[in-house]
Design a protein around this ligand. Sequence first.
Ligand code: NAD
Length: 498
Amino acid sequence: MSDTIDHWLDGKPWTGQGTRRSPVFDPSTGATTAEVRLADATDVDTVVASARAAADEWRASSLSRRTAVLFDLRRILVERRDELAAVISAQHGKVRSDAAGEVQRGLEVVEFACGIPQLLKGGFTEQASTEVDVYSIRQPVGVTVGITPFNFPAMVPLWMCPVAIACGNAFILKPSERDPGAAMVLAQAWTDAGLPDGVFNVLHGDAEAVNGLLTHPDVDAVSFVGSTPIARHVYSTGTAAGKRVQALGGAKNHMIVLPDADLDAAADAAVSAGFGSAGERCMAISVVVAVDPVGDELVAAIAERTRAVRVGPGDDPDSEMGPVVTEAHRDRIVGYVDAGESDGVDVVVDGRGVHVDGRPGGFWIGPTLLDHVQVGQSVYTDEIFGPVLCVVRAATYDDAVALVRDNAYGNGVAIFTRDGGAARRFTFEVEAGMVGVNVPIPVPMAYYSFGGWGDSLFGDTHVHGPEGVHFYTRGKVVTERWADPSTRGPDLGFPTHT
Ligand code: NAD
């Protein structure tokens, strides 16, 4: 017997009319623990109508009121962080400590949004012309939508909704149907923080819900995070329908290790960033580029650490790496490792067939290390999104940087070196949106913006930070004159500045 996860409308759970449902699994056992409702077109209309009405009122709320809600939201999320982490872990599979880290990174965006009065300050020019003043303001866009992936069911929504709502918009969250529970914890928290009904709604669903939102005339802006093919679809469909769209896609993040690097630190980083969250992170390192002659020693150090990773259920404090999200995803990852082996890569550590005591039905695959991977092989070109770390050997620094440049994605990249000059040159010339120097997962803090280049982002605006505020607001410039009535009279000439 499993629970049903409802939508969230006007401050409470809502069943909608859609009759389709999707199973939600416990990835560590394979059992179905819940079913989530999948919205139909009527449900889309209902939720957008609620958000439209709420947006028109919320945009008039004072900045003091918005800030008070955000501070309360922060307090409530801090109080419920363990509950939220447990829900994430149960449906996604990631270990609790990792889930807690995701909640923390989301909270940091709430804290950023608490400063919204400062962030929305405009500019003022006195006496731009005689007795004429000019000022600029930024106003909310209206109804905003967030379509989010399974891999960060709390953090990615929190990249978006605190900023959108602080800016005076209504926000509709369309979470991943694979782990929809975290969205409901967030919804309850917003309501308990005093947010008016309808400003934050949750619409569960799949392509039908997404496509309905993308083309709905009352939706103004869409933030998407997910895989590159869907990001491309969301961007082209949403912009064709006249929406403002930012669509963040997949990744294939490279970590370049120069011969002068601290190899122990580099090996630790490769294993942490390659296998944390079972590799299901858009900022995971999936390719280590070993620059000659460091390869053999580096691979040995990574292999030793890879074999020591403890794989187990997310609710076991001893586990370092949990299962992957679904059986189909596990089989897809195994298929890539099989293909790599057929292509002649060296399977140094093989995670296929890993079993976990007492959990025979779980979606397990252990950390897997592939060496001598060649450009053009599917394990190199495709985003595997699992615990598979590829090592590519490069003869020179220039060859390593060219690999990053020639890759379609451009999300994150890292270099490990003790040479400050090499690091500076790298940050100057490398083609990626987020760069780490001796840091494998360079996720920007909430007060910077997060986003990649190339096929990792469609649109020109990154999420949260200053670019998030920009995305969720429209500019307006006011030119005003309070002149002496005696100076009035018709003047058909083009306004000039005197
Ligand atoms: P996904 O693209 O399958 O799903 C993302 C969202 O799109 C979900 O809400 C899903 O319901 C919806 N969706 C799925 N298929 C659709 C379709 N055909 N039409 C319309 N909507 C559809 O992604 P995922 O598997 O949930 O998440 C993993 C992916 O997300 C990886 O590629 C990862 O790199 C990427 N990701 C990127 C970032 C980033 O910041 N660039 C962050 C996290 C995850």
